[in-house]
Design a protein around this ligand. Sequence first.
Ligand SMILES: *Cc1c(COP(=O)(O)O)cnc(C)c1O
Length: 406
Amino acid sequence: MLKLDFHPAGRHFLQIPGPSPVPDRILRAMSYPTIDHRGPEFGALGLKVLDGVKKIFKTSQPVVIYPASGTGAWEAALCNTLSAGDAVLMYETGHFATLWKKMAENLGLKPEFLGLPGIEGWRRGVQADLIEKRLREDARHAIKAVCVVHNETSTGVTSDIAAVRRAIDAAAHPALLLVDTISGLASADYRHDEWGVDVTISGSQKGLMLPPGISFNAVSEKAREASKLANLPRAFWDWADIIEMNKQGYWPYTPNTNLLYGLSEALDMILGEGLDNVFARHQRLAAACRAAVGAWGLEIQCADPAVYSPVLTGVMTPEGIDADAVRKLIYEHFDLSLGTGLGKVKGRMFRIGHLGDCNDLTLMAALSGCEMGLKLVGIELKGSGVMAAMDYLTQHVAKPSLKAAA
Ligand SMILES: *Cc1c(COP(=O)(O)O)cnc(C)c1O
C-alpha cells in the first residue's frame, strides 16, 4: 500500500477483526468539508450523533465521544472512576484484557487478575462464579471495580455480561462494572442499561465500520457519582465538562469533525438495517465461518460453543505450523489480511474477522483465500471449508422471501 507505484488488481480484503472495511457511503460522508466546530450546523450534528449512539449502546444515559483510539477510552473509564491505589478485579480472557490490566498498573491502581489457569482462560468466556466468589471474600469492599472484556478480540470469545452483573449483585458488592466492548458493539448484542453496566468502553473501527480515531464511554449515574470522588489525575479525559457541553451538541475542545460525519452515516446504516438484523447477520456469518473451519478439520480457539464470537473466529493451525507464516502467504498471494495471534497464542492461531460491513460474498472470498493458503502451506485439510460455508449460507438464507421465490 505504501508503494505508490504499485496497485494490485481488484480490491484488498481487510478481514482482520478491526479496523474493519469502511463502506463507501461512510468514506464519502467523511469527505465533506470540515466545518466550524462552534457553528450552528455543528451543534445539530453533535446532537444527532450523541443521541443516535445511545441507541447502539442501548442506554438513556450519556455517551462520551473522544477523539482517541479505544485505548484512550480504557484510560478514561479508569481515571474518571477510581483513585490511586484502588483495588480492581480484572478478568483474563486474552490479550486485550491483559493490556487493560497493564494500563491499570501504570495508572497506579492495584489490579487483581482473575481467570482460569494457563491457556484455558483464553478459550472460554468470563466465569462469573469466580467473580462472585472473589467478591464475597471481599467483605470490606476494598475492590472498587470489576473490569471485563465483552468480546475478546484476541481469541474470538464473547462473555456473558448479564451473568457478571448477576454475580456482583449476588455478592451484594458495590463495585462498579466496567466493560470493554470495543470490538463487540454494533456486531454482538449489547445492553448498557439492562445489564447494569457502569462504564462501557467502545471504539470506532470495529463494528461501527468507521476508520480508527474515535472512542466512547457510556456512563451510568453511579459512575458519574463515583467520578466526583475519584482522585486519579485526569484533565483531557474528564467526563464532567464534556457531558455539560454535549448538552448543546458541542465539545470543550476541537472534536473529530469528519469522523463524526462518518459516525452519523454509520448510525443511519446500522439503525436503518435494524440492530437485531445486524446481530442476526453477524451470527449467521460467524456460523458459516465455523462450518468452514470444522470442514477443514481445524480447531477453533474458542472451546465453549455457548460463547462463540459473532465478530471473529480464531483458527488454530496444526501443531508445528506457524500461523503467521500461513497469514503471510495468504496476504502475498491473495491480497487478504487476516488477524495475527496475539500474546499467549502468537503463531498458534490466525483470526478471521466477519464484523461490520460484511456480507455472504465478503465472507466467501475470505474463506476461499484461507482455504487456498492452507493448501499452499501444505496442510492436509479434511475437506472443503468453502463448500461447507456455502452449504450453511444456502440452508440458512437471510431473506426468507428468497426461499419462497425459489
Ligand atoms: C481493538 C481493541 C482494543 C484497542 O483499541 P485501540 O483502538 O487499538 O486502542 C481494546 N480492546 C479490545 C477488545 C479491542 O478489540
